[in-house]
Design a binder for this molecule. Structure first.
Ligand SMILES: [Fe+2]
Length: 291
């Protein structure tokens, strides 16, 4: 009997310290389930490049990603986020995929549409497909709602952003790597040489392919920044195609040919937790390197 108690106590202690280590004590659980998922980190990134025309100086782009509405993230939270985005007065809004967690099961599309419609950006709203936008035969649902909300869906295609003086940069979007058919060559088809190009790809690890093409920056999501990260251990789960580049800024190639930015996303999926990886909105400000 004493042995059993000792063993039980030992097991309890081990489990207890493991749970503490994992940050899943009751306080940690509450924090990861309720507090951190409702936080918002606003990251400010400068995009400086010699191909950016001078007239683009100060143009502001907001990227949001991976809302996964309907899993843990709610419509009322999304409405607040949309108001926040509008307050920042972006010139361009970019959504990098995974709008609804399960598009075919989501019953409140009628309430989601006006929130997306109400997002305002004078130079355009653009989006791409994430794996969840294709999941459960959701592709048409996603495309329809985004187009109705006046987002341009970039599915292996490009769109120029033109200013009044005729100067241009190009936005490119490719399909999702897991459940779609990304085609960089198709996306580049109408892009002339020597123009600044920004690629939207849900999956960050496709940057290794993008490096082979005339692409200057890539913006991605998908990883959720790991969603749950542990001190000294890092991300618990990294999804396929977000293994190599899970979060933040990376420069690839010689002479920093391609810059990749990976946004941590807004919502959660699979597990209703975020830990050391709070939701993110990214504001990019363009700057010409020309004197
Ligand atoms: Fe996602």
């Amino acid at each position: 009997m004493p042995n059993k108690t000792t063993r039980r106590t030992f097991l309890k202690r081990t489990a207890g310290s493991l749970l503490t280590l994992l940050g899943l004590s009751s306080g940690g659980y509450y924090y990861a389930n309720k507090i951190e998922p409702s936080m918002l980190g606003i990251e400010q990134i400068k995009i400086e490049h010699s191909l950016i025309p001078k007239s683009f100086d100060g143009i502001k782009m907001i990227q949001f990603s991976d809302t996964h509405i309907g899993f843990q993230y709610t419509l009322s939270q999304f409405k607040k986020l949309a108001n926040r985005i509008n307050q920042i007065k972006p010139d361009i809004i970019l959504f990098t995929g995974d709008l609804m967690d399960e598009p075919n099961k989501f019953k409140e599309i009628n309430q989601l549409l006006p929130i997306l419609e109400n997002l305002h950006a004078p130079l355009g709203k653009f989006c791409i497909f994430g794996n969840h936008d294709h999941g459960g035969y959701g592709s048409d649902l996603y495309r329809n709602i985004m187009e109705e909300a006046k987002f341009e869906v970039l599915l292996n295609q490009s769109s120029p952003i033109r200013l009044m003086d005729g100067s241009r940069i190009y936005l490119l979007g490719i399909d999702d790597a897991m459940l779609g058919q990304p085609d960089l060559l198709a996306a580049l088809q109408n892009v002339p040489n020597h123009h600044f190009t920004i690629l939207l790809s849900h999956a960050p690890d496709l940057a290794d392919n993008a490096l082979e093409y005339p692409i200057d920056w890539q913006l991605s999501g998908h990883s959720h920044g790991g969603q749950v990260k542990l001190p000294f251990i890092g991300a618990l789960i990294k999804p396929p195609f977000a293994q190599k580049y899970p979060e933040g800024l990376y420069t690839l190639g010689t002479e920093q040919k391609l810059t990749l930015y990976v946004n941590r996303g807004i919502g959660t999926t699979r597990l209703p937790f975020r830990f050391l990886s709070k939701p993110e909105l990214t504001i990019f400000t363009l700057k010409s390197e020309k004197a």
